[in-house]
Each structure stands twice: as structure tokens, then as C-alpha cells.
Design a protein around this ligand. Structure first.
Ligand SMILES: NC(=O)c1ccc[n+]([C@@H]2O[C@H](COP(=O)([O-])OP(=O)(O)OC[C@H]3O[C@@H](n4cnc5c(N)ncnc54)[C@H](OP(=O)(O)O)[C@@H]3O)[C@@H](O)[C@H]2O)c1
Length: 340
């Protein structure tokens, strides 16, 4: 099997190369692509160093699998042609997620959607995966009706440039904690990625508001949750927030169901769910945090609570490594499912 990682020098692509090695993915050759900016960079893989190549329109045609992680516009340019040429393309961008002919897959939840795929499979948004790994198993047992979610998304969700912007601002503001009590608002550092100060702050608007003032990241949560859970009329409300965390997205969820479900039953269901780790003992200070989720494969779920006066609703909090389960690991699990 000849495998390509497109966007191999990016936040997700780097993690893909690491995970292919960690999981001993059965490949004969790995080919790495980036833009011409990173052409010639060397990336370690299985004791060797691979040289990154600049992606050309036909670069993928002789390969078997392409793990594509270079943004939507690149995906739209190269993925359809490669899929037509017989390459199985697993794409991390939002380019094909809502295409009715393209499965949108979290293998633990809807792996069956891969049946009959046409060589393009979409990987869901990282926040969708963080939320649905917690909600999906409960939905299977009790039928989800409504999800109200707020996210706490790390800067690596915006790629390497998001990490750099936070690091630069932390350096500028480091040691100024007392001044930040009454900041000089005009002197605060503002970068290109977020357009506001992300260090020591939280940002509740991630661009491109629609007619209801929902941002596109919020729409993605709604549409992707409906598609993956197979509930076209699922009620979803979402507020998406960027926080000054390097890796690890978290989501606070209110979920209501078609039948009564207790926190104890939810814990039992989640404890038996692959890819989920229940971390839920606040008295012992055990609950999910992004830092605890960073670098691991499991999605952490905790703060599982009842809602006053409701026996059909729950509150919970989940956290996942957005670069691993939120992106690279999920894509590689899709490839493993297809080639098993
Ligand atoms: N970060 C996350 O948590 C996350 C989660 C889920 C999905 N995604 C999606 O995954 C994709 C990659 O995200 P990322 O966070 O890894 O971004 P990133 O850190 O900015 O990396 C982008 C990668 O794409 C490459 N690239 C850019 N333009 C290219 C071109 N014209 N031709 C070939 N390669 C090109 C870059 O190469 P250079 O080094 O040459 O610039 C780099 O390797 C995006 O679609 C994103 O929405 C990200």
C-alpha cells in the first residue's frame, strides 16, 4: 500500500506521520507533500528521514491512499481527480463533509457509513468529534433529541499559525499580569489569525456569521452532528469559543433524549464505549481537561450530571486531543477500517 500525507508539515499532518508509525500502519511506502514553501524539509519516519515534496495537481494519482490535510481549497483541487484515478482519499477539510455521496465518519460511531464509498471519505471537524464521542454512544441507547453545546477550542485547531500567534502574544504579555487588570486596550497584541488578543482571553466568534449570526464553525457542529448521528431534525444549538490552550478541545454539552436516562446509566454506557475514558470524580479532582487529553487517543468524558426537573436530559463535559482523535487519528482509523 502506497500512502500519501498531504499537508505533512502542518499541525495535523505531522501528527499523522507519527501515528502511522506508532500504529505500524501496514504501508509499503509513505510519500509526504506540502506546498512549495516546505519542499525539501526532512521528516523522520521508521528510523529514516523522508523528504517532503511540493504537491502538484497529479501527485496523488499513482498512490493507494491519500490522507489529505492541507485545507479545503487544496482538497477541492486534488482530491476529486485522485479519487477518480482510484486513490482512496480521506480528507480532513470541510470541502466534502456535507456532500451526500461522501461518508462523514467517526469509526466508533458510524463506521458502517463507509460501505459503498466512492473513494472520498470526510473526517469530521475536531469539535464535532470531541462532542459526539461522548454523545454518540448515549444516542445509540436513548435517542438524542437536542444538543446545546459550548466549545473551548485550542489554538492548534487553527493550525501551526494559531500556535505561533498564541506563543508570540504570551511572550509579549508575560510578566504583565498586574497591568492586565486594567489593560491599555490599544496596546494589546492582535494577530492575523484571530484579529483579537487570544493570550489571557477567550474569543466567542470564529468568523463568517450567517443570517442567524451563527459562525461557520457553529454551523459545522449542527450539520455534522445531524449527518453522523443520522438524525436530520436533531435540534442543535452551539457557541464556539477559542481559548488560549495549545492542544486539546473541550465541549460542554446539554443533551436531551427520547427516554429517561440517568447519570449512572450514561456512565455505564460510556465506560463500555471504545475510544472513551470516563474521568468523573470531582471530589478527587478528576474531570476532563484539555491538557489531560493532549497526546492521548481516548476522548475524556466527565461532569456527567442530571438536570433539575428532567429525567431525559444530561449535562456532560468532554475533552479530546484535536490533532489526534479530532483529526489525524480518526483519519487513520478510517483507513484501518477500510483496509482491514
Ligand atoms: N488543526 C486541527 O485541530 C484540525 C482538526 C480537524 C481538521 N483540520 C483540518 O485539517 C487541515 C489542516 O489543518 P492544520 O491545522 O494541520 O493546518 P496547518 O498547520 O496550517 O498545515 C497546513 C498544511 O497544508 C500544507 N499546504 C498549504 N497549502 C498547500 C498547497 N497549496 N499545496 C500543498 N500543501 C499545502 C502546508 O504546507 P506548508 O508547510 O508548505 O505551508 C501544511 O503542511 C485543514 O483543512 C483543517 O481545517 C484541522
Amino acid at each position: 500500500v502506497r500512502v500519501a500525507v498531504v499537508g505533512a508539515t502542518g499541525a495535523v499532518g505531522r501528527e499523522m506521520v507519527r501515528i502511522l508509525e506508532e500504529r505500524s500502519f501496514p504501508l509499503d511506502e509513505l510519500v509526504l507533500f506540502s506546498s512549495s514553501r516546505s519542499e525539501g524539509k526532512r521528516v523522520p519516519f521508521r528510523g529514516e528521514e523522508l523528504t517532503v515534496r511540493a504537491l502538484e495537481p497529479d501527485s496523488l494519482r499513482d498512490l493507494d491512499v491519500a490522507l489529505s490535510s492541507a485545507g479545503s481549497s487544496v482538497a477541492r483541487e486534488v482530491v476529486p481527480g485522485a479519487a477518480e484515478a482510484g486513490v482512496v482519499c480521506i480528507d480532513n477539510s470541510s470541502a466534502f463533509r456535507m456532500d451526500p455521496d461522501v461518508p462523514l465518519v467517526i469509526p466508533e460511531l458510524n463506521g458502517e457509513a463507509l460501505d459503498g464509498h466512492r473513494n472520498i471519505v470526510a473526517n469530521p471537524n475536531c469539535t464535532t468529534i470531541t462532542a459526539l464521542m461522548a454523545v454518540g454512544p448515549l444516542h445509540r441507547e436513548a435517542g438524542a433529541r437536542q444538543l446545546i453545546m459550548s466549545s473551548y477550542q485550542s489554538v492548534s485547531g487553527s493550525g501551526m499559525k494559531g500556535i505561533r500567534e498564541l506563543a508570540e502574544q504570551i511572550e509579549k504579555l508575560g510578566g504583565m499580569e498586574e497591568e492586565l487588570v486594567r489593560p491599555d486596550h490599544h496596546a494589546l497584541p492582535v494577530g492575523d489569525v484571530y484579529g483579537k488578543t487570544i493570550a489571557f482571553n477567550v474569543l466567542a466568534f470564529m468568523f463568517n456569521a450567517d443570517e442567524l449570526a451563527w459562525t461557520d464553525e457553529e454551523r459545522k457542529l449542527l450539520k455534522e452532528a445531524r449527518k453522523i448521528l443520522g438524525v436530520p431534525d436533531l435540534e442543535v444549538a452551539a457557541t464556539v469559543v477559542r481559548v488560549p490552550v495549545v492542544v486539546g478541545h473541550a465541549v460542554s454539552v446539554f443533551a436531551s433524549f427520547s427516554r429517561p436516562i440517568s447519570p449512572g446509566e450514561a456512565r455505564e454506557i460510556l465506560e463500555a464505549s471504545p475510544g472513551v475514558r470516563v474521568v468523573d470524580d470531582p471530589d478527587a479532582r478528576e474531570y476532563p481537561t484539555p491538557l489531560d487529553a493532549a497526546g492521548i487517543d481516548d476522548v475524556l468524558v466527565g461532569r456527567i450530571r442530571a438536570v433539575d426537573g428532567r429525567d431525559d436530559a444530561l449535562l456532560l463535559f468532554s475533552a479530546a486531543d484535536n490533532l489526534r482523535k479530532g483529526a489525524a487519528l480518526n483519519a487513520i482509523q478510517i483507513a484501518e477500517t477500510l483496509f482491514a
